[in-house]
Design a protein. Structure first.
Length: 185
């Protein structure tokens, strides 16, 4: 009588492999989520820096030394150009998802908004700016995570000073930015 050679894996061997894969996944998933939140926060900071740069350009080239009042003004190119002051991913007209901040956009797990700064006054009328929007004396921009603890942990804000501030709770920073709010280094 001839013995047959059995090839393959036993049920116990397969269960051990599945258990090892489960343990590795349980260790890796929280790190992946933290990395995603960190990437979202970096994107939010980058958006605020892009807004600061766009507001500076708007002020010097279009707004008569005043700032754009909102994201729509920054995304409206001057008639002599096809280029807006900010990239299309911050254009409210192209926003696809609903936002809780009226006039804001969703970007990388954060809501981004630009508005007139506290105590802001009109600097230039719409007819005297290059894109017929008008300009104001100060602006306030903020980002808040769509889901605190999932898409991001910190809230960020900036104003005409150009410094990016943050809080560690993820709640909306108010304007004017409170004394003692932490500044990014």
């Amino acid at each position: 009588m001839k013995m047959r050679s059995a090839k393959g894996f036993t049920l116990i061997e397969l269960l051990i492999v599945v258990a090892i894969i489960g343990i590795i996944a349980a260790i890796a998933v929280p790190g992946l989520l933290r990395a995603r939140m960190s990437g979202n926060e970096a994107s939010a900071i980058g958006s605020l820096r892009a807004i600061n740069s766009a507001e500076s350009t708007y002020s010097s080239s279009c707004g008569g030394n005043g700032y754009a009042p909102d994201l729509t003004a920054l995304s409206t190119p001057p008639p002599a150009s096809n280029n807006a002051f900010i990239s299309p991913d911050l254009d409210p007209a192209q926003a696809s998802a609903a936002v809780t901040l009226a006039g804001g956009v969703n970007k990388s797990g954060y809501e981004v908004l630009v508005q007139a700064g506290a105590g802001s006054v009109a600097v230039t009328t719409a007819a005297n700016t290059c894109n017929n929007i008008g300009s104001i004396s100060s602006y306030f921009a903020l980002t808040i995570p769509q889901t605190v603890g999932s898409t991001g942990q910190r809230g960020f804000a900036t104003d005409a000073r150009g410094t990016v501030f943050f809080n560690t709770t993820g709640v909306q920073i108010v304007d004017p930015i409170p004394v003692g709010t932490l500044a990014l280094q």
